[in-house]
Design a protein around this ligand. Structure first.
Ligand SMILES: [Zn+2]
Length: 131
């Protein structure tokens, strides 16, 4: 996070927030282009320079880390309930329960093949994951 450019949107997108096309920036061919862009803090031979590369401030990094920590606390709270729910029969069930993190509606579904859980709370910013 601390070396990642604040304009980076991910290589699943064509360009960053400054409209720099990742493949154009990497040069050569599309193959291996992610290894030749500096956006994630990569340095070294073959890595291109970008005039818009800008790392977040220490305050932005701290805020991001606090947000991640808060999210993980919500996940831990919800997992305590989901770990009990997953053992109820039958395997492969679906249910909407009260979210233990926010008291909203938590949608749970379980694969009847491997028992993995997909969880999504209706509350914006609350938990959502797929195992
Ligand atoms: Zn919730």
């Amino acid at each position: 996070m601390k070396d990642r450019c604040i304009h980076f949107t991910g290589i699943q997108h064509d360009a960053c927030l400054k409209h720099v096309n990742y493949i154009d920036l990497a040069g050569e061919s599309e193959f291996g282009s992610a290894l030749r862009i500096p956006c994630t803090g990569r340095t070294g031979a073959g890595v291109q320079q970008c005039p818009h590369y800008q790392v977040p401030t220490a305050e932005e990094v701290a805020a991001y880390e606090a947000e991640c920590d808060a999210y993980m606390e919500k996940v831990k709270t919800v997992l305590k309930v989901v770990d009990v729910w997953r053992k109820k029969l039958p395997i492969g069930k679906e249910e909407v329960i009260e979210c233990p993190a926010c008291n909203g509606q938590l949608h749970l579904s379980q694969s009847n093949w491997n028992g993995h859980i997909r969880a999504a709370c209706e509350t914006a910013g609350c938990v959502k994951w797929m195992e």
